[in-house]
Design a protein around this ligand. Structure first.
Ligand code: NDP
Ligand code: GDR
Length: 338
């Protein structure tokens, strides 16, 4: 029986990955930080919370990480823990650097010292590409991050590459484009949209305020992406891989897809900063632009080229962005607690 440690197990990806590994017969240890109330709602929703052994974990605390890694030789460690919301990283740049950057070095150095046979996955991100230099973006596209989050993740990526090259660790970095699901945090734009439109479709006519509707993202389904993470660690040689769908969509079009799935008939009007969408049936505003949600620096266009992962790992995303928007909107509609 293989053993795996998942940091960030309470998050969206951690929950889907835990489910996948349990289905594959792994013994799964979940690293969770101690909060006043540890949030395992996603794991409960997937029906797997009782199958996981939980350990206290904080990426900022070297003593905690040392004791954990020294005490158990995991076959695989997936480092998914991070301050993951780009928008907050301008408010907490030092914390983002510490957790998303240095935290990776803390883990890798403990692995190097105590359990060098452990295979390691680092959750890298398309946010590292940032300013558009090349479309589509692949493993060879230069990085120019546009947020403290992205800057910290570039460090996490390169320290992973460096420990692989310096010490021969089996350490892989997955450069994952945006992936979503009904378990996505409510502050991310897709879930913010599906939650708000589901509420609207249920008759609570409160408009949702959004920022830049012109940004384009390459959105896939989180369930497909955790399969890619696992495949990376099953290779004889560690490497870096982009996971993406190869289709990019504006925020506005994601709203359209979600609205269609909920049978809402939206009429758009206005220019960039005053744009809004009115529901034709009720005559009420469903979506409006609020400059408060614009970012100090934006990543305008993400579109990934995942041919390397498709060729080497045999990985392929199965859910289209339209299906994803519908899946999320319907889940929020059905689960609405009004
Ligand atoms: P979530 O925000 O859903 O989950 C983040 C997890 O990290 C939570 O379990 C959180 O714990 C944990 N965490 C945060 N800070 C710390 C800390 N200091 N010490 C220990 N644990 C901590 O993120 P996702 O599941 O969406 O993303 C997983 C990873 O993949 C992240 O690293 C993210 O940056 C990266 N990524 C995500 C993409 C996406 O589109 N989803 C794309 C590319 C990369 P708690 O529950 O206590 O808050
Ligand atoms: P992102 O995801 O920053 O790409 O990071 P997010 O959903 O937060 O933003 C996507 C795009 O939507 C625009 N946007 C808004 N975003 C939010 N959150 N709220 C709004 O109201 C809003 N209006 C417009 C943003 O400006 C942006 O262009 C996610 C995270 O999961 C990261 O951890 C991960 O690394 C990247 O995806 C890949």
């Amino acid at each position: 029986m293989k053993s795996a440690l998942i940091t960030g197990i309470t998050g969206q990806d951690g929950s889907y990955l835990a489910k996948l590994l349990l289905e594959k017969g792994y013994r799964v240890t979940g690293a969770v930080r101690r909060n006043s109330q540890t949030e395992i709602a996603r794991l409960q929703r997937l029906g797997i919370a009782d199958d996981i052994t939980f350990v206290d974990f904080e990426l900022g605390e070297i003593n905690n990480i040392t004791r954990l890694i020294r005490g158990t030789a995991f076959d695989e460690i997936y480092n998914l823990a991070a301050q993951s919301f780009v928008g907050s990283s301008w408010e907490q740049p030092i914390y983002a650097a510490d957790v998303n950057g240095l935290g990776v070095a803390r883990l890798l150095d403990c692995i190097r010292t105590y359990t060098p046979q452990t295979r390691f996955y680092q959750a890298s991100t398309s946010e590292m590409f940032g300013l558009v230099r090349e479309v589509p973006q692949s493993e060879t596209t230069p990085f120019h991050p546009r947020s403290p989050y992205g800057v910290a993740k570039v460090y996490g990526h390169f320290i992973t590459v460096n420990y692989r090259e310096s010490f021969g660790l089996h350490a892989s970095s997955g450069i994952l484009f945006n992936h979503e699901s009904p378990l996505r945090g409510p502050e991310f734009v897709t879930r913010k949209i599906t939650l708000a439109l589901a509420r609207f479709a249920r008759g609570e006519h409160v408009p949702v305020d959004l920022g830049n509707l012109n940004a384009q993202r390459d959105w896939g389904f989180a369930g497909d992406y955790v399969e890619g993470m696992w495949r990376m660690l099953q290779q004889d040689k560690a490497d870096d891989y982009v996971l993406a769908t190869g289709v990019t969509t504006t925020i506005r079009d994601f709203v359209r897809f979600a609205a269609e799935a909920l049978d809402l008939d939206l009429e758009w009007s206005g220019e960039e900063m005053t744009e809004m969408a009115v529901d034709r049936r009720s005559g009420k505003v469903a979506v409006r632009v609020n400059p408060k949600f614009h970012r100090p620096a934006e990543v305008d266009l993400l579109l990934g080229d995942s041919s390397k992962a498709r060729g080497t790992l045999g990985w392929q995303p199965k859910v289209t962005v339209r299906e994803l928007a519908a899946m999320m909107a319907r889940a929020d509609y059905d689960g609405w607690q009004g």
